[in-house]
Design a protein around this ligand. Structure first.
Ligand code: FE2
Length: 242
């Protein structure tokens, strides 16, 4: 009876903690591995298409659309980052007009929605569109790992199990195009100390990217970035809609 009461109270508190800005139930699902289980059961990729991973609780709808080349780091904080690549299908054909919805944490490991009044609204998030050649490119800042919010029921569960709350550094993407399946995914930085201990089990080997150090004043000037900067090329491959 005691255990049942604890369980009911735990789930009730989880619901009470959930608001428009905080989704404790998604966090609970993520940290128990349920989100990744459902995601994996639903997303078999067999022809080299980009693998998916968890959505996470920090995506927001109706963010600004930007032209390629724009800088989504609105406060200029952090190590400058150039992100570029293509969107293609499994046969290598460029997909023009694909939407790339991106969001990420800043150099301190916080999303804008966690630091209202500290970070500008919609910092480090936005929607880009691939060009005729399927290309996209934008400026940002190198993200840091972050702890998921652990001051609620999820934190109680992690503490009880002696688990760490950290997620390895990443950029989130939702990539969509007419006639193709939408992919919800991340790209992970390769040098994060938490890469092997993601609190939500979201890392897949195929999603770990190479973020190069670039020290080249000419390239920096061409990209309107300070020198030196980091650069990552990431090519998305979408599956045909079933
Ligand atoms: Fe994240």
């Amino acid at each position: 009876m005691e255990e049942w009461t604890y369980g009911v109270n735990f789930l009730t508190r989880t619901g009470q903690l959930s608001t428009d800005w905080r989704q404790e139930f998604i966090l609970l699902s993520d940290t128990l591995g349920i989100s990744m289980l459902v995601e994996t059961l639903n997303n078999h990729k067999s022809h080299g298409e980009t693998e998916s991973t968890v959505l996470g609780p920090f995506h927001i709808a109706n963010v600004p659309h930007f032209d390629n080349g724009a800088n989504i780091c609105l406060d200029g904080k952090g190590e400058p980052l150039w992100v570029h690549g293509t969107v293609r299908n499994a046969k290598g054909k460029a997909i023009a007009g694909a939407k790339l919805d991106v969001w990420q944490a800043n150099e301190d490991g916080f999303y804008d929605v966690q630091q209202k009044g500290v970070q500008p609204e919609n910092n480090l998030r936005g929607i880009f569109t691939s060009d005729k050649m399927g290309r996209y490119f934008f400026r940002s800042a190198y993200p840091r790992f972050y702890p998921i919010p652990y001051d609620g029921t999820v934190g109680d569960m992690l503490k009880a199990l002696d688990r760490n709350p950290n997620r390895p550094a990443h950029l989130h993407f939702i990539v969509s195009a007419p006639g193709y399946e939408t992919v919800i995914t991340h790209i992970f930085t390769p040098d994060c100390p938490w890469l092997k201990e993601d609190a939500v089990f979201g890392v897949k080997q195929s999603l770990i990217a190479d973020f190069k150090h670039v020290n080249n004043p000419k390239q920096a000037a061409e990209r309107s970035l300070p020198n030196p900067f980091r650069s990552v090329e990431w090519n998305f491959i979408l599956s045909k809609e079933k």
